[in-house]
Design a protein around this ligand. Sequence first.
Ligand SMILES: [Zn+2]
Length: 458
Amino acid sequence: MTLNRRQFAAGALASAASVSAAPAEPFKYRGYLGWITDLATLPDTNAAWPSMKLDDPLLRDYKNTFRLMREWKLQDLCIWGLYVSRSWPTDLPSAVPADRGRAVQKLIDDAHQHGVRVISGLGVYSWGFDQILKAHPHLSKGNANAMCGSEDASWEWMRKVIDYVFTRFPIDGVSMQSADQGRCPCDRCKRFTDTEYHVRLNIRCAEYIHSKYPGKLVAVSGWGMRFADPASLPHLTALGKHIDYLIDVRDSSRQQDPTLRKRIISALPCAFGTLGGPQVEPPQHWPRDRWFLPTPRYAGEHLETLHAEGGRACEWFYHILANPGCELSTWVVAKVLADPATGWRKHLNASLEQIYKTTKPSLRDALAEAFLNAEHAYVRHIPTFCGTISMEPLVSSSPGPPVYLTKRLTPAQRQAYGADLKPVRAQFEKLTADVPEKNRMRMIVRCIDNVLKDIATA
Ligand SMILES: [Zn+2]
């Protein structure tokens, strides 16, 4: 099923109506978040995830991205992997060799020259502590991937990592994660609920950073934390006094009670947000023409609803701009974050005019319809979804199977997706004659052909 013209127009009207009621101020924290190679034009075909390769082509990608971020007013680069991938060495200063240090310094300098702040990802008590835990096994008390939150020596390691992170490179802040790898279940830690436990660890780090590195931004990304329990609210409020913004990555607060999110936002002393709706996770190992999954409408609507409830933060995932679907999604989202009052639909039009150099409104509208049909063809099978859509299995060291087709969709949904994409392909092919950006149009058709191939062999 594709959207017909009437449904398409109705969507545009509904969007315009919802916008008139929304406050005009922008999202206060507009972040672009990913592992260091997640936006690369070139795949890193046989590297273990997450690849740490920071070479000249990637630095050029960053420079192009910073130019766009300045244009979009997307202010914060929230980046994982400046220092290490999965593990700090016990000799912390050896984490970044001189050559890599120079490349990272160049990336940060380029960002700053474009007015982009650099916010480093920071694992809190977990994620990054594997070698430290191996050398000091007593720090783990029941979770092999996390240091015990009640152990003084754990805090000493955490403090050393914070000092290294803030003194090795001139970063502007940190986006902290404590929950992705779970928590310590020991007798001393288990008196705290999960939310309470993570909140305590994050407050301790935030207080230390504010006292020692004043003026730095401190955010918390709640990967692994669930905000659906109203009993968590006092703890989240306590955390909010110490940080600039809190990200409920998967929009978990709305999953049991749709009204809870608004109550959390009203109670929190800091900004609150999500990662912005469905996210096409960058497939590290895949050629960039293997998928075509734009999400401007679902992401735009998600962000407009979040904004109307008072949400003012977003950590939008890196998207591979060399893929035309991901390129358009990111253009539209960045514009919505900077100017939510205008409405995603108008931002979509403006983005298409800029990227595809179309000036004729009828041509632009036909292009918009084709993109929205491509989005609808897939995302209608996962409505109201906020989270990552893995194209291939995330953790691997070679190109993986298309799990977004084989795992996320049932066989019937997969066939329906393929059937819906065929007329979309014809729409794009027909428009190619008139759209000035022919290479991009040909790339779209090639992407759809590759999706259809994957569907046929799945
Ligand atoms: Zn413990």
